[in-house]
Ligand binder design. Sequence first.
Ligand SMILES: [Fe+2]
Length: 307
Amino acid sequence: MDMLSCHYLHSRLKLNETKMSSRGHSIPPDERLMTPELMRRLSLIQRLTGFHAATDVHGRYNRHREGYVFSNGEMFDAGSDDFRDDMKKLFQLMHDDVADGVLRAIERRLELLPQSYFQQEFGPTRTSSQWHIKRYVVKGNDNKPSEQDGTEILLPAHTDPSLISVVIIDQVGKNEGGMGLEVFHQRHCLQTSTLKGGSWKEITHHGHEVAVIFIGSVLSYLTKGRVYSAARHRVVNYKSSDCDMLQDNEFVRPKGNAKMNTLPSRHVMVIDDMVGAYEKKKTAQTFLSWNARVAKNYVKRNLSVTN
Ligand SMILES: [Fe+2]
């Protein structure tokens, strides 16, 4: 993964500032229920391909991040001949090699049939996913990091609206720690079988030889949280590096009209789920509908912080 070298992408991010541009899709019925302002912000989050600077204009999630966003298999040129080819290679690695390999492992774990269940029912995810290359900007940023228990927060705690997310941090090789990327570890009370508090822990390793996989809220929903729970994560200020953290994130999300049916696995369904499953299957909401509802809350949280 030489193309992910720190200096390579950092120089790209400095050189190329292509403005975000919306690709003119028609407005789906679910989104007509939203206010124009929420619609506009939702569109910015979900459909854009291009560059954005670190700003809190669209909420707190990008206050300290800048970089490229690619949606739904779209690509663009950014000032140099090999940019497009490099990005295609990177996307192929993240999606075809890593993400699809993980989804197939999950299919085996859940004994899902037919083979390639996720691609058949929810894909092709190659043209419905979103991926980012972003770096964290702290020095020279007018926005000061918020603090929580004495820790500076660069990316607030959240779960990803994806089946799975793949994260690779731009450092050569395999290195100790996570450069500030943390996951919330929930504590289970064995006596009462309930969740009881927890703590934030930095991921153990990072670098080009390490792909971090987060379970997203889509997979959590499809398994009723019984097998896979969405990973809550955040990024805190990491001060001991001379190279700003740069991350490549692949959010594997379903196509818009995919039905959000509970996965037909004996590891997921209990007897009650199987009764009436056929009827439920016919009336299941689409990913677009589900995501519009989830994103609406996400955007509201953004607005409540920035306004
Ligand atoms: Fe995330």
